[in-house]
Design a protein around this ligand. Sequence first.
Ligand code: ATP
Ligand code: MG
Ligand code: MG
Length: 548
Amino acid sequence: ATDTGRDFIRDIIQADLASGRHTTVITRFPPEPNGYLHIGHAKSICLNFGVAAEFGGRCHLRFDDTNPVKEEQEYIDSIERDVRWLGFDWGPHLYYASGYFEQLYDWAEHLIRAGKAYVDDQSQEEIRATRGTLTEPGTNSPFRDRSVDENLDLFRRMRAGEFPNGARVLRAKIDMASGNINLRDPVLYRILHAHHPRTGNAWCIYPSYDFAHGQSDAIEGITHSICTLEFEDHRPLYDWFIDNLPVPSRPRQYEFARLNLTYTVLSKRVLTTLVRDKLVSGWDDPRMPTIAGLRRRGVPAEALREFAKRIGVAKANSVVDMGMFEFSVREVLNRTAERRMAVLRPLKVVIENYPEGQSETLEAVNHPDDPAAGTRSLTFGREIYVERDDFMENPTSKFYRLAVGREVRLRWAYFITCREVVKNAAGEVVELRCTYDPQTRGGNAPDGRKVKATIHWVSAADSVPAEVRVYNHLFKNAAPNAADFANEINPQSLEVLTGCRLEPALADVPVGQAVQFERQGYFCPDPDQRPGALVFNRTIGLRDTWAK
Ligand code: ATP
Ligand code: MG
Ligand code: MG
C-alpha cells in the first residue's frame, strides 16, 4: 500500500493489460449469503469494485450459495443493500453459483468419464481420518478404483435422490500423498436433502466451495479472482479444475491479507453467534462491525472507503488498530457533519438579569470550514441548560469553566457569570443562578476582556428531549478470545442517557445522518426514534480516548 494507491494486485493487473494477456479486467465479489457483511468484506468490496473501475472493467456480485443449510434470502437482500450503500454497482452482473448447478454437474460427469473423479461410500469421519496429516500421506479409499460406469451410475443415483445425507460423496481422484492436503482427493459433491432459497428442491447434491468457485469464475469470464490468504493453499486445486475441465475461460486466483481489527471479531460464524445468543440486539446493532451496524451507528460509506484505501492491500496478514478506522471516521465527519448543540446531562441555568417572558434569536454557523453549509437560528432566553460537567462547585486548578464567580462564553450567545447555586434537599446542585452581559452578544466583549472557556447550551423552552446511546468497544480486550467471547463482551459497551436536551433543529435530521454535537462528538438519529421521542446514537467521540 502506498499513497498513490498502488499495490501488488494493481501491479499484476497493470502488467496483464500491458502484456496483452487480458484486454479487460473482470473481478467479482463472491459472498456466501450466510450472514451480514462486515468491515472485512468492505475491504474486499472496495478492492474488487475499485480495481475494476480504475481499469475500466467491471465487477460482478456473485452469491456463493452452495450450502443451503446456512443460507437465507434475508442475507442475500442485506448483502445487496450493503454493497450499494458502500457506493458500488454491479449493473446487470448479478450472479449465483446456484445458477451454474447444471453446468457444474455436467463437469463432474466429465471428470468421472475421464477417470478423474469417483464416488466414495466412506463416511465423513472415515474420509477425514484417511486424509493424513501435514507430515503423513493419506490413504486411498477402498472405492477409489471403481469403474467409470459404476461411478456414473452411482453419481446419477445420488442426484436422483436415492441415498440419504452423508451416504456417499463424489471426490476428485488426484493424489492422496500430495504435500498439499487440498489435493488429497477433495470432495466435489455431497448429498444434502435440503431446500435451497433459489433452486428449491431441484437438487439434493451440492457442490463444494472448491468445485464451484473457480468454475463459476471461468463461466463469468473473471480475469482476476481475488480472495483472502486462507485460500492460497487451495490455488493448486483451483488450477487443477481449470486445467482438467473444458471451461470457457482461464481465470487466475490471487490472494491478499484479510482485514483483522483490534477489539473486533471479523468472522461471520462468531457474529452469527452474537446475534443468535442475543448478546447484541441484531446484525445492525451499532456495536457490531457489520456494514449494517456501522451504518446505523452513523459511519458514512465514505469513511469505510477511505479506511480501505488507507490500510491498502498487502500479502501478509496483520492486525489493524481500531484507531486507524476511527481516524477515517473522524476525518470524514469533521469535513461533512454539520454542527449542532446538545446537552447530554442537563443542568438548569437561570439568567437573573434576562427579562422574564422574553427571548431573542441568535445565528449559529453550521460548519466552521464550509460557508455553503449556512447558518441556523437559536433561541436564547432566561432559562437554558448547560452540561453538568461544565460546572464545578469546588473547581480544581485546571478547571476554567463554570463555578461561582466565574465568567464563561456561551457558544454563539453571551458571556455569563455564575452567581450562586441552588441545591435540593439531598445537597445536590440542581440549578445555577447566573447573570449575562448584554454587551457580549455574539460572544465578544467590547472592553476586550477574555474568558477562558466556551461552553455549549440549549434553550430550556425550545430544546427537545432525547435519549442518547453512547457506544464503546463491544469487546473488552484488543485481541478478543474467540473461544469464549460471551465473557469478552465489554459491560460498558452501551450506555443509555435519557433526559438529554437537543437544539430543535436536531429533530429534523434524517435517520443515520451524523451531525457533530459541539464539544462531544458525532451522533446520528437511530431508526428506533419516533416523533417526539428522539433517539441518537453516538457514532464516535471527537478525540481518541481509548488510551485509558
Ligand atoms: P467468514 O469466514 O467470516 O464467514 P467468509 O470469508 O467466509 O467470512 P465470504 O462470504 O465467503 O465470507 O466472503 C466473501 C469475500 O469477502 C471473500 O472473497 C472473502 O475472502 C472476503 N473477506 C471475508 N472476510 C474478509 C476480511 N476480514 N478481510 C478481507 N476480505 C474478507
Ligand atoms: Mg465462510
Ligand atoms: Mg468464504
